[in-house]
Structure formats: C-alpha cells, structure tokens
Design a protein around this ligand. Structure first.
Ligand code: CAA
Length: 240
C-alpha cells in the first residue's frame, strides 16, 4: 500500500486532478468534500478514489476526519490543503459574512487540518504538507480582499510550519496557482475574464493537471530538501 494522502476539496477541479495524479503515482488517496454529494459519487465512480465528507472550516470535524482516516486506511503521510471558496465583491460591497466565510474555509481550514495530521507525521519522521495558495494571494486582486488575505496568510502559515517541521522530516510548501480553468471561474463576468486572460503572458488559462504535477513532485521523496517554498504556476502572470 502506498503512502496515505488526504486532498481536501478533492472531488472537483484542481483537487480532482491532484487526487488522480497522486493515485497514478502510487499514493492511497482520500478526497474530502464539503457538500456536493452527487459530484463526489461521480468522482469515485470515475476514479476509484475514496471520499469522505466534512467541513474543513470546522475544527472538530477535521480532527474527527483525520482520526477516522487513520483507522480506516492508516496514518496520514501527505496532506494537501486544497479546499477553497471565493465570495468575490469589492470592499465597498463585501459583507462581514463574506469576509469571515472565506477566512474560515480557506485559511483556518489549513490550520485545522495541519493540527490534526502534523503530530503523527512528526512522530513518524516523515510528512509532506502542500497548501494551495493563489497568485491573488501574492499580487492582490480587485474583488478579493477576503480571498487574497486568506491565500496570503497561507504563504506565511506554510513558512512557519516548514520551520517547525524541518528537523522532523516533515516538509511544508505552497503552490500558488494562477487562473485555472475550473468551476471557480464561473462567477467572473466575461468582460472581466477577458481582462484577466490579457494579463497572462502565456495567453491562456492553466489546466488543473498543470497544478497537480507540481503537487505530486512536492509530496514525493524527491522533494525531501524543499521546504517553506512557494511554487508559482501561473503562466507568467506574476513573477517574483
Ligand atoms: N482584473 C481586471 N479588472 C477587473 C477585475 C480583474 N480581476 N475585476 C474587476 N475588474 C474591473 C472591472 O472590469 C470593472 O472595470 P470597468 O469599471 O473599467 O468596467 C471594475 O473592475 C469594477 O468591477 P465590476 O464592474 O465588475 O464591479 P462589480 O461590483 O459588478 O463586480 C467583482 C466586482 C465581483 C469583483 C467582479 O468584477 C469580479 O468577479 N471580478 C473578478 C474577480 C476575480 O478575479 N476573482 C478570481 C476568481 S478565481 C480565483 O480566485 C482562483 C485563483 O486563485 C486565481
């Protein structure tokens, strides 16, 4: 049996591509999802990958979920914090609820999942944590003070966790995707989408598989001396 990997938000979009890629590379994968039962069932039928439903924004549910996975499949070796939501609006129109909801799921979710999985990784002397940030956490974006704050927070979270895990063989890295062709782009008006694509030097959106390949590498034995880094995969949209 391969290393055990949890991918949050794993049944659709980038998460699905990560799950499939990790499975192809010998990992035993469990995909979490938050609400869409039909999509999760469809995902398992297509990929043969197990799913488990919980809210990553709920601290206790994260603890319970990781404990159940350890019992059912084995201790977790790899955690990919991929689950994320957007509630886009300019600051002028954004409600506190929109701010709070995105911070809870996108940023606190990473804390709660790492809190549940990291201790056993540390104890066993091997672990890989990959947190999915965003180009918009690096550069900022109109309509995303909530999302950009959460994703920017992920980058600081990752570096601090990397420093804590390094001496125990646990790495923590971030991936910062650019604009990827998934359902998440569905709410963006066409006129705005044109402006966004015009800002991508490669002239096109990314594909989920282009992110998944980076995650697979960072969770492999080959990446054992890489920690605290951010891998930007964004078609050249933001470079630094
Ligand atoms: N890039 C460039 N210009 C943008 C922009 C963007 N991302 N978002 C908004 N604008 C521009 C609009 O075109 C508009 O310009 P004009 O006044 O010249 O026409 C101006 O900003 C104001 O925007 P709206 O008129 O659209 O204002 P609104 O209140 O109706 O809607 C909004 C605001 C909800 C932010 C909407 O513009 C929007 O959805 N923008 C896209 C935001 C975005 O990029 N979200 C990323 C989602 S994908 C993701 O988050 C994944 C990831 O990690 C990359």
């Amino acid at each position: 049996m391969g290393r055990i990997a949890i991918v949050t938000g794993g049944t659709r979009g980038i998460g699905e591509a990560i799950c499939v890629r990790l499975k192809e590379h010998g990992r035993t994968v469990i995909a979490s999802y938050g609400g869409n039962d039909a999509a999760a069932q469809d995902f398992t039928e297509r990929t043969g990958i197990a799913t488990q439903k919980w809210d990553v924004g709920d601290h206790e549910q994260c603890q319970d979920a990781v404990a159940k996975i350890a019992t059912d499949h084995g201790e977790v070796d790899i955690l990919v914090n991929n689950a994320g939501i957007t509630r886009d609006a300019t600051l002028m129109k954004m409600t506190y609820e929109q701010w709070e909801e995105v911070l809870r799921v996108d940023l606190s979710g990473c804390f709660s999942m790492a809190k549940a999985a990291f201790p056993k990784m540390r104890e066993r002397g091997w672990g890989r944590i990959v947190n999915v940030g965003s180009v918009n956490g690096q550069s900022g974006q109109i309509g995303q003070v909530n999302y950009a704050a959460a994703k920017s927070g992920i980058h600081g979270f990752t570096k601090s966790l990397a420093a804590e895990g390094a001496r125990y063989g646990v790495t923590a890295n971030a991936i910062a995707p650019g604009y990827i062709a998934t359902d998440m782009l569905a709410t963006i008006p066409d006129t705005v989408m044109e402006k966004i694509v015009a800002q991508i030097p490669m002239g096109r959106l990314g594909e989920p598989g282009e992110i998944a390949r980076g995650v697979e590498f960072l969770t492999s034995d080959n990446a054992g001396w890489i920690t605290g880094s951010t891998l930007s995969i964004n078609g050249g949209m933001h470079m630094y």
